[in-house]
Design a binder for this molecule. Structure first.
Ligand SMILES: Nc1ncnc2c1ncn2[C@@H]1O[C@H](COP(=O)(O)OP(=O)(O)OP(=O)(O)O)[C@@H](O)[C@H]1O
Length: 460
């Protein structure tokens, strides 16, 4: 397929001459008589190169370049300027034009530059493709951010991904443990083999063992045929044992044997099966504490936690909040065909001040709802009030624990109202939304607790 060039110039004769010359060089040449026409063509078709005059009406060459740059950073672009308009040429170069050519010029001169510009564009696209393939392979859909703990973890993972070492990922719910487990598998030598997840907290002991180790026909009532366990199915790959802290003592023993001996016996069977599986486990409990309390076997803990990783909670990596917000906005735009671009600064502030008990999962849900419900391109603070929990429970330190329950409740309510009013800059409607109560209820409480005008600076 010949490379495609879009030629834009309001001098018809020059267009004809240049088109002929470039067509002779083997290019497929399209023409447009001004920037607007050129832009319309660009929206329709992908070009390998745009060659445009500068001075045109209604859209000149610089504006055309500006529009192109808003959608494509590497579209090769050559600007043709008249003698004496060197400023335009400089400006075009600053905006990312490949080069400029001053009229009058020889057609061979332009053909030479066109060839170079097209090569340059192809190189960039190849690099871009390569980069995005790399990213897709390694961290598909995964926000990395700037948190030093996460960066350190990723560097550790890189070093151990290809080894056999078992990895234990600890962290609160929703911090991305499953995502990390998948990431480890994807960058390991086992990436083309299976990755299976099993939630150890979701199944009874009996079912879990049958899922993990398989069973022989007749092993228990209902076992009408033999079933292979996930540890056997995952041969050569990775098994992700989620909520490992929920294992019963009996299953802990069997798993320990499987890891140590690289063998399993299906439930009800006697013939051992060799397994070649990498173990990654995760828990939102403090497993070393459980070991101390004899709630989890020490030997199994050490087998599972050859490489222990601890994912920080979202409130400990607030510097990454912006990355996550952008990522989830883009994801939800795609899902719901929306055009949201950002959060307004006040909304971002609300997110910064939240506690994020549900971590990244909670943030993702909130952004999803906000994107879905907003008709604007910017998410306003109001669309978050219903969902986001403020970070500090209403000034708990102010509550006098020696008082009666009724008094303690009153103190907590006063503190919560004061904080909400402060956050809402005195706007009572917003404060009511933050508190999750109606405006009427807020008014009643303000009266009941005799809030003075200093504490309610505005009566909106
Ligand atoms: N680094 C990340 N980049 C993008 N999305 C993420 C990231 N980490 C987590 N998420 C998203 O957050 C949600 C929760 O992540 P995940 O299920 O991995 O957390 P978890 O710690 O395993 O949770 P649980 O303990 O409840 O099983 C998922 O929807 C996931 O896509």
């Amino acid at each position: 397929m010949p490379d495609k060039i879009l030629l834009v110039d309001d001098e018809k004769e020059l267009l004809t001459v240049l088109k002929k010359s470039l067509t002779r060089q083997g290019y497929k040449v399209y023409t447009a008589e001004n920037g607007e026409e050129g832009w319309n063509a660009l929206v329709e078709t992908m070009f390998d190169l745009v060659i445009s005059d500068q001075a045109m009406q209604p859209v000149d060459g610089l504006e055309l370049l500006q529009r192109i740059r808003s959608i494509d950073h590497h579209q090769p672009f050559i600007i043709m300027t008249g003698a004496g308009s060197i400023e335009s040429a400089v400006e075009a170069m600053r905006m990312g034009a490949f080069t400029y050519i001053t009229k009058p010029f020889k057609t061979q001169e332009l053909a030479l530059l066109a060839g170079r510009a097209i090569e340059y564009g192809k190189l960039h696209r190849r690099l871009e493709d390569y980069d995005s393939r790399e990213k897709q392979n390694a961290t598909a859909g995964m926000v990395v951010g700037n948190n030093p703990v996460i960066k350190q973890m990723l560097s550790t993972i890189k070093k151990v991904a290809d080894s056999e070492a078992s990895i234990l990922i600890q962290g609160e719910t929703g911090t991305g443990k499953s995502m990390f487990a998948k990431h480890i598998h994807k960058i390991s030598a086992r990436k083309d083999k299976p990755f299976f997840t099993i939630d150890c907290g979701a199944l009874s002991e009996h079912l879990l063992e049958s899922e993990l180790f398989g069973h022989v026909k007749g092993a228990f009532t209902g076992a009408v045929r033999a079933k292979r366990g996930l540890l056997e199915e995952a041969q050569g790959g990775t098994i992700f044992l989620d909520e490992i802290g929920e294992l019963t003592p009996s299953t802990q023993v069997k798993l320990l044997r499987a890891i140590q001996e690289k063998e399993i016996k299906p439930v009800g069977g006697n013939i051992p099966i060799h397994i070649d599986v990498r173990f990654i486990s995760a828990t939102s409990r403090n497993l070393s504490e459980e070991v101390e309390k004899n709630g989890f076997r020490k030997d199994l803990y050490y087998r599972l936690a050859v490489i222990p990783l601890h994912l920080p909670a979202l409130r400990e990596r607030k510097e990454d909040l912006g990355f996550f917000v952008d990522h989830f906005i883009r994801k939800c735009n795609k899902m719901y065909n929306k055009k949201v671009t950002e959060l307004d600064p006040a909304a971002m502030q609300v997110l910064m001040n939240s506690s994020w008990k549900g971590n990244i999962r909670e943030l993702e849900n909130i952004i999803e709802r906000a994107v879905l419900l907003t008709d604007d391109t910017v998410i306003a603070v109001d669309s978050l009030y219903h969902y986001v929990r403020p970070s500090t429970p209403p000034v708990a330190s102010e509550i006098d624990t020696s008082s009666s329950l009724k008094e303690a409740v009153e103190q907590a309510e006063r503190a919560a109202i004061r904080k909400a009013l402060k956050e809402a800059a005195g706007n009572r409607s917003k404060a009511a939304r933050v508190l999750g109560i109606s405006r009427r209820t807020l008014y009643d409480k303000l009266e009941l607790y005799d809030f003075n005008s200093r504490e309610t600076p505005s009566t909106a």
